[in-house]
Ligand binder design. Structure first.
Ligand SMILES: CC(C)(COP(=O)(O)OP(=O)(O)OC[C@H]1O[C@@H](n2cnc3c(N)ncnc32)[C@H](O)[C@@H]1OP(=O)(O)O)[C@@H](O)C(=O)NCCC(=O)NCCS
Length: 208
């Protein structure tokens, strides 16, 4: 497995023409994040011995990884707070990966009912006040990472309430699983998270 991250100001590798055409009419923010994500993916793929090649997207925006590779891309923030990262692995070692980064800001309370299941809400409410909003944001991020991990295998759209997350904050880990049918453990995923002053990042993997 290999991962690469970049922040605003880093020198980025140029896009291939076919990649460039995917963002030709996009605003500057979108152009930066797309290019930064491709830059990270390219370097990470290089660490696995893959030569540089266009990394295109399917119409649903999921990246089309080279044969034998799974991966995930994320970006967040803008201007001097912009950040992007990618993680990749060989598909004979890992079945799927999901990565998500968010600015380390509290999740707006108006979104909590949409994002959090009752047990998750109880977990958040039991925390000291300064942590609640950030841990709510961690739940948001973990569910986005879960979504990105399962999507290439299922092509299934999920709502936040379809995914249940249980955090062990002191271990920087969580477990995430489908809360809707099929409620089997095919997608019971182990995840890890990191949080700092500016960013929080969640990652999940599905083993082979
Ligand atoms: C894909 C999604 C989860 C995150 O996108 P985002 O908010 O723009 O967040 P990020 O920047 O972290 O991730 C974007 C990257 O994810 C990847 N991505 C996009 N759609 C994807 C999908 N369906 N499956 C896997 N990866 C996907 C792409 O690489 C994209 O970057 P790129 O367009 O530059 O290549 C979101 O846009 C989405 O489609 N949500 C619908 C479902 C959902 O959120 N349900 C609630 C959680 S269960």
């Amino acid at each position: 497995m290999a991962s690469v991250e970049v922040a605003f100001g880093a020198a980025l590798t140029p896009l291939f023409d076919d990649e460039e055409s995917l963002v030709a009419r996009a605003v500057d923010k979108r152009r930066w994040e797309f290019r930064a994500g491709r830059h990270c993916a390219r370097l990470a793929l290089g660490e696995l011995g893959m030569s540089a090649a266009p990394l295109l997207s399917s119409p649903d925006r999921a990246p089309i990884w080279p044969a034998g590779i799974v991966g995930s891309i994320t970006h967040t923030g803008a201007g001097s707070h912009a950040y992007a990262a990618a993680v990749v692995a060989r598909s004979d070692e890992v079945r799927a990966l999901g990565l998500d980064a968010e600015l380390a800001e509290p999740l707006a309370e108006g979104l909590w009912p949409r994002v959090l299941l009752p047990a998750e809400r109880a977990f958040v409410d039991a925390l000291p006040e300064p942590e609640r909003g950030l841990v709510a944001m961690l739940h948001f991020s973990a569910k986005e990472a879960f979504y990105k991990c399962q999507y290439p295998l299922t092509r299934r759209f999920l709502e936040f309430q379809d995914v249940e997350v249980r955090f062990e904050l002191e271990r920087n880990s969580f477990r995430a699983r489908l809360q809707v049918a099929p409620k089997n453990d095919d997608f019971a995923l182990a995840g890890q998270f990191a949080w700092g002053d500016e960013l929080l990042v969640t990652a999940v993997e599905l083993g082979v």
